[in-house]
Ligand binder design. Structure first.
Ligand SMILES: NC(=O)c1ccc[n+]([C@@H]2O[C@H](COP(=O)([O-])OP(=O)(O)OC[C@H]3O[C@@H](n4cnc5c(N)ncnc54)[C@H](OP(=O)(O)O)[C@@H]3O)[C@@H](O)[C@H]2O)c1
Length: 280
């Protein structure tokens, strides 16, 4: 398999985040380690994991097996809300590093807001973890605009991103504007709508004009707006497809047509498909 083109990066409050990363939710065991290793060998430079995914060990195995220099790969992990009280957060961050076999991560996120722990305390602990050198950058995930404002007000360190569900079927325009206003990157999770973009007629038609697949058009639509994408695949043969998104440009008309697919109720991830996360 030939090497993918260099991945552009986006600057966000002092961080320099590769616009394409590999998502790893639901990847487990040796298959997870293998796909991470192959992705990095192919030229991916960014991997997204979380405590919740129970695969940090395998993600670490893949990173180490790839032979990639530590400084060349951007590793993100996330702390689950049951660990948001300050002493637990620091312990959880250290545990992530042990599983990943890294001395620091490039980005550490609060996975989901937790109304049961005062946000200022959690943010204070997250900032301390950064100051102690366990994370080069910190940020949030699944925070709405109001929660994001509260987090920013409480933080003594820059918050570099909000990782949220983002794809052409979901209208996230307000949150994207709010992130931009604060210099934060938007990291799009489920960027190909959990695979469902492949059946979309508009994306497929635009893809034919560019000799690209619907998934590639979808990912291009996001990165063309400087939105970071972290598509997940368990199939090594799809890694190159999902990375071949930097060699074509969608016209203004195509961008507008794809924007027209969005709706306010287009979510694919309603937490674990069962309503709210469980805190206890
Ligand atoms: N912060 C959060 O709360 C949160 C929530 C959800 C996800 N995430 C992160 O975001 C990542 C991506 O989101 P996701 O895993 O929910 O969904 P996704 O990346 O939008 O879609 C993954 C699905 O699409 C399929 N697929 C991959 N490439 C494809 C292609 N080129 N054409 C057609 N189908 C393709 C995959 O199947 P195959 O495996 O068969 O290729 C898989 O079923 C996650 O893995 C995780 O790292 C974060």
């Amino acid at each position: 398999m030939s090497h993918i083109a260099p991945v552009p990066r986006v600057a966000a409050n002092g961080a320099d985040i590769p616009l394409l990363g590999l998502g790893t939710w639901e990847l487990r065991g040796r298959a997870c380690a293998r796909v991470v290793e192959q992705a990095l060998r192919l030229g991916y430079v960014h991997v997204d994991t979380a405590e919740l995914y129970e695969n940090e060990r395998e993600v670490g195995d893949g990173v180490h097996a790839s032979g990639i220099k530590r400084s060349a790969v951007f590793v993100t992990t996330k702390i689950w809300p049951t660990h948001f009280a300050p002493p637990a957060l620091e312990r959880a961050a250290r545990d992530c590093l042990v599983r990943l076999r890294l001395s620091e991560v490039d980005l550490l996120l609060l996975h989901w807001p937790n109304p049961q722990v005062p946000l200022a305390e959690t943010i204070g602990a997250l900032c301390k973890v950064k100051r102690d050198g366990l994370a080069r950058n910190i940020g949030i995930s699944n925070f709405n605009s109001a929660q994001m404002e509260e987090a920013l007000a409480a933080s003594s360190e820059p918050l570099v991103c909000n990782q949220v569900e983002c794809h052409p079927f979901l209208d996230q325009s307000k949150l994207i504007a709010a992130c931009r206003q604060h210099g934060m990157a938007v990291v799009a999770y489920s960027p190909i709508a959990r695979g469902s973009v492949r059946d979309d007629k508009v994306l497929s038609r635009i893809g034919i004009a560019h000799k690209k697949t619907a998934a590639q058009v979808c990912l291009r639509f996001l990165v063309q707006q400087d939105i970071v994408v972290i598509p997940r695949t368990s199939k090594v043969e799809r890694l190159a497809e999902n990375a071949a998104i930097f060699d074509f440009t969608l016209s203004d008309g195509e961008m507008a047509e794809i924007s027209g697919l969005a709706s306010r109720d287009g979510r694919m991830v309603d937490w674990a498909f069962s309503g709210r996360p469980k805190w206890d």
